[in-house]
Design a protein around this ligand. Structure first.
Ligand SMILES: [Zn+2]
Length: 264
């Protein structure tokens, strides 16, 4: 996706196939019928996993870091470093890793066998996610083990910040306490990386759907609709973390309804 003179490159790590009822629920029990993001013959929805790379002057930025090497019945990840190299970059080249939040499928490549995978990178993440996932009763031991080696490299985010010119971190809590979206801008153009503020196209066009993986579903629902209103108003391209092929879309309002199109 071109944004002014910048390019956002999706780096796929793998794919998950989740039962639609594991991803979203509807208060009136509506059956999923989103034509832009359909389920397969087994009622599963495709959700890709990976990262977005943006080169800004001498900085090489990753937004999220995939799931690492993992597989189960419906999910397989592990291709991110190969795809990073295919895009022309080595792990050493990465200067900044920005996390939208700290679920496993966004931080997976942070370390490999206890060593930092991106040895020259500063890791930027919201301090509320660090406390939630790393400390106290909400800590997740696998995340803690994976991320302890990066602790001295973490640059915490606690408010909207322009991390480097052209890259803005904006807290958008709900999915997790520290969920953060990233705005990329250049030469009057803008695109948004939305993390897991939403997972499916249907959540944008029909505001009633409730995300099943949200830690605070009420706050996440309000946030999702606020973001959707902004996207429909601006027409800016955006990519949540899990659209198939990590694709971008656009939103518009047509006759009072939100209309989605894939952006190419
Ligand atoms: Zn996710």
């Amino acid at each position: 996706m071109k944004v002014g003179n910048l390019t956002i490159v999706p780096i796929v790590d793998g794919t998950a196939h989740e039962l639609i009822e594991a991803a979203v629920s509807h208060p009136d029990g509506k059956v999923w019928d989103c034509v832009d993001h359909p389920t397969d013959e087994n009622g599963r929805i495709r959700l890709d996993i990976g990262s977005f790379l943006i080169q800004i002057k001498d900085r090489v930025v990753l937004v999220d870091a995939g799931g690492g090497v993992y597989s189960d019945e419906g999910t397989k990840t592990g291709a991110m470093l190969d795809n990073l190299r295919r895009a022309g970059f080595e792990p050493d080249d990465v200067t900044d890793v920005c996390f939208t939040h700290m679920h496993w499928d966004h931080v997976g490549w942070s370390t490999t066998d206890g060593q930092i995978t991106f040895p020259n990178a500063t890791f930027r993440l919201h301090e509320k996610d660090w406390s939630y996932f790393m400390t106290g009763v909400t800590a997740v031991s696998q995340i803690r083990d994976l991320l302890m080696p990066i602790e001295s490299r973490v640059e915490p985010i606690d408010a909207e910040t322009e991390i480097i010119p052209g890259l803005i971190a904006r807290p958008a809590p709900g999915h997790t306490p520290g969920t953060t979206i990233f705005l990329i801008h250049d030469a009057g153009e803008r695109a948004l990386l939305l993390g897991d503020t939403l997972h499916t196209v249907g959540e944008l066009t029909e505001p009633e759907w409730v995300g099943m993986w949200d830690i605070d579903p009420v706050a996440a629902g309000i946030m999702r609709n606020r973001i959707a209103d902004e996207l429909a108003e601006s027409g800016d391209p955006f990519a949540p973390a899990h659209f198939p092929e990590l694709a971008f879309g656009r939103l518009a309002t047509v006759e009072g309804m939100r209309k989605f199109t894939w952006a190419h």
